[in-house]
Design a protein around this ligand. Structure first.
Ligand SMILES: [Zn+2]
Length: 263
């Protein structure tokens, strides 16, 4: 009888540990592939939405075939399609590039009257100076925006072309006035500029979950910012033939800048 109790206790312990190691890892930023793979037209998804949901509950990215901008919020993965409308794709759909984490509130305060995205970046950079330039941050800003300029892109078909070329011909844009809700953003430090776009990357979704996309500009009336410090980083590389053959030594700094800023 005693043996059964010991066995039960050990088994329960194992289940608890297994549960804890997977769920609520709020300190790790998970990344599927490299942004530099995406810019070299590797739009082949390597992780399913189901798999990515096990890595976090907030984040950004894109979908197989570059089928829209990905925004993850409160455990749900949304697609901002070429119309800048929001859809919830099925768990089987594949993702070629994404950054996600389990969100926790490490720091929070109010933001007011920020007229442009450059002003917002300057404001956030000031805080990064204080908190540490060499850390990774995921933030959310729940707020009221006087205006919001977002973009997405048309789904690509093979043969794929480079991301800068896609955005020159297949980028779609929308300007919204007086919208509420969430910007999700990622900050990666300069030394990560061979893996991602160093600096800030912003996505947006409206409160009614009807519209969203990659943020090109904004005008924030007021909102609450939450910072999540994610000091661990885990890379999930694709296993695909195309990724394995990519020459990632090519300097893509200019392309990355153009891709992020849409200019
Ligand atoms: Zn984006």
């Amino acid at each position: 009888m005693k043996k059964i109790w010991i066995l039960t206790a050990v088994l329960c312990g194992c289940f608890l540990l297994a549960g804890c190691s997977n769920v609520n890892d709020t300190e790790t930023l998970n990344q599927v592939s490299l942004l530099q793979g995406l810019t070299l037209w590797d739009y082949y998804g390597s992780r399913s939405i189901r798999e990515v949901k096990e890595l976090g509950n907030i984040g950004l990215g894109t979908f197989d075939g570059l089928n829209g901008e990905l925004i993850m919020l409160d455990w749900v993965i949304y697609r901002a399609n070429e119309e800048l409308s929001i859809e919830v794709p099925s768990d089987d759909e594949l993702i070629p590039f994404a950054n996600v984490t389990f969100f926790d509130n490490d720091l929070s305060y109010e933001l007011n009257d920020i007229k442009t995205i450059d002003e917002l970046k300057a404001e956030l950079d000031k805080k990064v100076e204080e908190l540490g330039n060499n850390r990774i941050y995921v933030i959310s800003i729940d707020g009221k925006f006087n205006s919001m300029h977002i973009r997405s892109e048309r789904k690509q078909t093979e043969p794929y072309k480079p991301l800068v070329d896609v955005l020159r011909v297949d980028q779609t844009e929308k300007k919204l006035d007086n919208v509420e809700w969430t910007v999700v953003a990622l900050y990666t430090p300069d030394y990560m500029d061979d893996l991602n776009a160093a600096g800030w990357h912003f996505h947006f979704i409206t409160k009614d979950k009807q519209t969203g996309g990659h943020v090109l500009n904004l005008d924030l009336e007021n909102g609450t910012i939450i910072w999540d410090f994610t000091d661990n980083f885990k890379l999930h590389l694709p296993d695909g033939k195309f990724f394995k053959s990519l020459d990632l030594t090519v300097n893509q700094d200019d392309d990355i800048k153009e891709v992020e800023q849409g200019k």
